[in-house]
Ligand binder design. Sequence first.
Ligand code: ADP
Ligand code: MG
Length: 285
Amino acid sequence: MNMMIKAKNLIHEYIRRDEEGNVESINRALDDVSLDVKKGDFVAILGHNGSGKSTMAKHINAILMPTEGALYVGGMDTKEDQHLWDIRQSAGMVFQNPDNQIIGTVVEEDVGFGPENLGVPTDEIWKRVEESLKAVGMLEYRSHSPNKLSGGQKQRVAIAGIMAMKPQCIVLDEPTAMLDPNGRKEVIRTVRELNQKEKVTVLLITHYMDEVINADKVIVMDEGKVVMEGTPKEIFSQVEKLKSYRLDVPQVTELAYELKKAGVPLPDGILTIEEFTEEMKKIIH
Ligand code: ADP
Ligand code: MG
């Protein structure tokens, strides 16, 4: 079983009813979504506001149930009640606002809260708190007050809190949306390291293109559908298509694309300044 998350023709409809229970409106937020996330992969989901990304995340944590189709986490069907606990423990969630995720008055207490709730023995909790804080580069802040940390640091503490529950997978729903550029970099670097060193499966939901260039796979959503799927290079080679889904491409990708259109013989899908520089050198020399 090497599939971490599997959506099979998943449909989600938000149904609004009046006081008598009559249906007032139906909003199809997920429209026949099928996708696979393999164990150990770093998968990014991109999409404009309202494309269904958060609805997808809530299905992975069994907060929402499929209207039609199915969603499996580690092979477990989210519709089956007896799996609820295991599913929530397998897939840890990190949300946009770090302030809403901090409960403790001291960093280490905050990180220990999750495993404590799971009934993990005290010695083991301390071990996990230490390991998790170390993994996100926040060990030296263990006895600080979370309130005084920067947004990026708070988000890393929130990630440590999830890691301390030893999930197989973490789902991050726009974890950097409220952070400044430095905070964003810190968090993305941390997430990548957890994926590479701790082998935790990552599903990163974002609308920042530059955060996904290192992903193993990128999934683009629009109006509740998966509209593109591929490696970052495959995805970012399609600048016009991305724009049609109201997404921007990384600046350097856009620059290379415009130069190519103007006749400069550059390849498609340049993602980094280093790549761009290498290609330019070939042309100039
Ligand atoms: P995203 O996270 O990509 O911005 P969402 O999953 O939040 O998208 O929303 C997808 C669609 O579902 C949008 O049209 C949104 O208005 C609608 N929606 C989200 N949450 C609810 C809700 N609780 N009730 C009704 N409609 C909702
Ligand atoms: Mg959202």
